[in-house]
Design a protein around this ligand. Structure first.
Ligand SMILES: [Zn+2]
Length: 168
């Protein structure tokens, strides 16, 4: 079983995933409470306590919707389910700026999509419509729950009710 811990906001909204070590630190510092345990026990020099599987932050963390959540290649691929947003290919994936940077396109969730290398080179420094290419879906900031599900190889049973998410 993974040693990843699901982190919930004070409102029980899933935020992200952290390591068991980090979760323990947060609990010990009383910045979070363990609300589900993994069934395993963590031993330190002085004591032992159940390893958390889900923690809830004591203070509400404001998560600005989309805007400031950092765009990363890994997260773009996860959002796009590892498929080219122009042709659907799952091979030789790269990141494409829909409006090319050379033409003022920014690195935002709305302007970056997963593209296979052939589509990317076909598109070059042009806009999709200029080369008769079409996006399969409108790019949006990712759903944090979807990213959580994709960040781990296995969803811990105790996470499911908090994720409230149909895991593919
Ligand atoms: Zn493609």
């Amino acid at each position: 079983m993974s040693d990843k811990v699901l982190v919930l906001n004070a409102t029980y909204e899933p935020l992200n995933v952290c390591s068991a070590r980090r979760a323990i630190v947060l609990v010990l510092k009383q910045k979070a409470e363990a609300i589900e345990t993994s069934g395993r026990v963590f031993h330190s020099a002085e004591n032992a306590f159940p390893l958390p599987a889900v923690i809830r932050l004591s203070n509400f963390v404001r998560v600005p919707h989309g805007k400031t959540r950092r765009v990363s290649r890994r997260a773009v691929l996860a959002r796009d389910r590892h498929s080219c947003q122009y042709c659907g290919s799952r091979f030789h994936l790269t990141i494409d700026h829909i409006i090319p940077r050379s033409r003022g396109g920014e690195s935002t969730w709305e302007n970056i999509v997963t593209s296979c290398a052939p589509c990317n080179s076909r598109k070059g420094d042009r806009l999709p419509y200029e080369v008769n290419m079409r996006l399969r879906s409108k790019p949006r900031p990712p759903d944090p729950k979807a990213l959580i599900c994709m960040a781990v190889s296995e969803i811990h049973l105790s996470w499911k009710r908090y994720l409230d998410y149909a895991v593919a």
